[in-house]
Design a protein around this ligand. Structure first.
Ligand code: N01
Length: 564
């Protein structure tokens, strides 16, 4: 068992003293609020999979790093999203860290796709194994982050006192700020309300209750069948119908698990050459859907529908690129919905007509089937939005739907929400909120011009949410760690994305996205789910070429970054 390097344990600071009084340093911009600022080489914000690995890596490299985390334990996404049915839709043998062969050999996944409790147990195992908690400050919320140009360091204010550091790493997750729509009268509702991304830890009992679920995204698609199995009556309020493909979850076959473990190094290496950083059960094809004969098309799609999972979307190479091919695949799913759902009126309401997979694709277990249950109702709010929430329930078009509890499965202020809420101010007092007024601007999704020494893990402009998140996180953490070591070796104290490089990268992300069908839907990828948010396609499609670009930039003396 590795507990981090001796140098790290000795808390040797690579860049300066470990604890400095904020009062003493008020001349260089530290807030003098009476608290002693803890000084570190690096402050990492967030103790999810990104923050945990970042801390482990930095310690091993001899940096003095600390993580601040608003929750009372590790896990990030998997700490907060405890709603019924919460499960990862990346297969468990691949949704795990690769950095330590011992870890991947000793951990036992039980299902093809792990449920939230198992993933959270894994996060806790990692925290224990590498003794991470001693450098994580839990229940600590960052309230302001200010760059001090004279001292070349960041000052962080938290609700538990100030910190200062040469570098900050934002490991804050892409989907970590809940979106709760401001429905009129919401506060008057007399029953309990829940957001899927803020689920109570003690669990919720829906037995005998009448429950409303608002939303039909990935969270709702997972939660609806499980809530329906528990409650007396379920009413789903759907604004946009969603395409979903069967996950085909099942206990993990011991032979398959053993095979992965025996070949993990080779398979991990293969994963990062795949478009979404995951190896699929059937290989992706470059054939064009629109050119396939009817028989061949039906055979191939049926096969992938039966196998389940994201392999469905790689049946042809042009599904995300060509409207005609996309619609052919969409029509296949529409026919499946009509086959599964007994009531034609309900089936029609559940049937999407937009581009398939331009919103985040959903995988399900009995989602459409659930609407055949006599106690499950579907209310279409596409034409007549939810009017208000009354003390007794949800009101649409003058009709009140009385319920005992409301579940908001209404998603997140994705990719930028958490960063912007931290009040980050860069060089010259420029606020990140102003710099990103017309949408997020980054270089490689790693750095922001005017915000020196601040790194974002899986930030906007990187493939992040379009991939298996853990390999993407590892790639970013490894890149940042290598960069910090390079800076230390060269006695360089400041690295900052150049405005030209950032402008080039923003154009590049947009140009790549415009080659795809992604921008054709009102998705959270575009910020379209949040009223007033600027619509810009935020993640970069194309994981493997991106990894090469990052490597190339680092090898070329951090091309596009100014070093001082
Ligand atoms: O959120 P969403 P999510 N009135 O934004 C509706 C990841 N994830 O939490 O489509 C009525 O997708 C909204 O309607 P519309 C994954 O990346 C992964 O479900 O905007 N409805 C939509 O139906 C995913 O994409 C996993 O018209 C309103 C829903 O709420 C991301 O998290 C599991 C409304 C929100 O859907 C977010 O998924 C779960 C309003 N005013 C999540 N406002 C797995 O790994 C919003 N809606 C399996």
């Amino acid at each position: 068992m590795r507990l981090g390097s001796r140098a790290a344990r000795a808390r040797r600071s690579a860049f300066g003293p470990s604890v400095v009084s904020a009062a003493m340093s008020s001349g260089n911009g530290a807030r003098s609020d009476g608290h002693e600022a803890q000084a570190h080489d690096v402050v990492v914000v967030g103790a999810g999979f990104a923050g945990m690995y970042m801390l482990h890596k930095l310690r091993d490299l001899g940096f003095d790093a600390v993580v601040v985390e608003r929750a009372d334990d590790v896990g990030g996404t998997w700490y907060w999203n405890r709603y019924p049915g919460a499960r990862c839709d990346v297969e468990s043998m691949q949704y795990s860290y690769s950095f330590d062969p011992e870890l991947e050999q000793e951990w036992e996944w039980s299902e093809r796709y792990s449920g939230q409790p198992e993933i959270l147990r894994y996060a806790n195992h990692v925290a224990d194994k590498y003794d991470l908690r001693r450098d994580i400050r839990f229940e600590t919320t960052v309230t302001a982050v200010d760059w001090d140009d004279d001292a070349r360091q960041w000052h962080l204010q938290t609700d538990r006192g100030p910190y200062r550091a040469r570098f900050v790493v934002m490991a804050t997750g892409c989907l970590s700020t809940a979106n709760v729509p401001q429905f009129e009268g919401a506060e008057t509702f007399e029953g309990p309300t829940y957001h899927t991304g803020r689920w109570p830890h003690e669990g919720v009992d829906f037995d005998g209750k009448s429950v409303a679920v608002i939303g039909t995204g990935s969270s709702a698609v997972q939660a609806i069948p499980v809530i329906a199995a528990e409650c007396r009556e379920l009413t789903v309020f759907q604004r946009t119908p969603n395409y979903s493909v069967p996950a085909r979850n099942q206990p993990l076959d011991p032979i398959e698990k053993a095979d992965w473990k025996a070949n993990y190094r080779e398979l991990r290496a293969r994963m990062v050459t795949e478009p979404a950083a995951m190896v699929l059960r059937l290989p992706g094809s470059e054939d064009l859907a629109k050119e396939a004969s009817d028989d061949e098309f039906a055979r191939r799609m049926e096969q992938r529908w039966a196998v389940g999972g994201f392999t469905f979307y790689r049946a042809y190479g042009d599904i995300a690129l060509d409207a005609e091919s996309n619609d052919r695949v969409a029509e296949f799913v529409r026919r499946k919905i009509a086959e599964v759902v007994h009531d034609p009126e309900v089936a029609a309401k559940l049937t999407p007509h937009n581009t398939i997979a331009c919103k985040r694709p959903c995988l399900d277990t009995h989602y459409y089937e659930t609407f055949n249950e006599p106690h499950v109702n579907l209310v279409d709010v596409s034409a007549t939005p939810i009017e208000r929430i009354s003390p007794a329930g949800v009101v649409v078009d003058g009709t009140e739907y009385p319920v005992d509890a409301i579940v908001y499965a209404t998603g997140f202020d994705a990719m930028t929400g958490t960063l912007l809420r931290m009040n980050i101010t860069g060089r010259g007092g420029v606020r990140l909120a102003d710099h990103w007024d017309a949408g997020p601007r980054t270089y490689l999704g790693l750095g922001v011009a005017g915000f020196p020494n601040m790194f974002t893990v899986s930030g906007p402009g990187s493939p992040s949410v379009l991939t298996n998140m853990i390999p993407s996180i590892e790639q970013h953490v490894d890149w940042i760690a290598r960069c910090l070591v390079d800076l230390r070796e060269r006695s360089t104290t400041v690295i900052e994305a150049e405005p030209d490089a950032e402008a080039y990268w923003v154009d590049h992300v947009n140009a790549v996205a415009d080659l795809t069908l992604y921008p054709t839907c009102n998705s959270w990828y575009l910020g379209a789910n949040i009223p007033g948010k600027t619509r810009v396609f935020m993640p970069l499609p194309g994981f493997p070429p991106y990894v090469e670009i990052c490597e190339d930039v680092a090898s070329d003396n951090y091309r596009g970054f100014a070093l001082a």
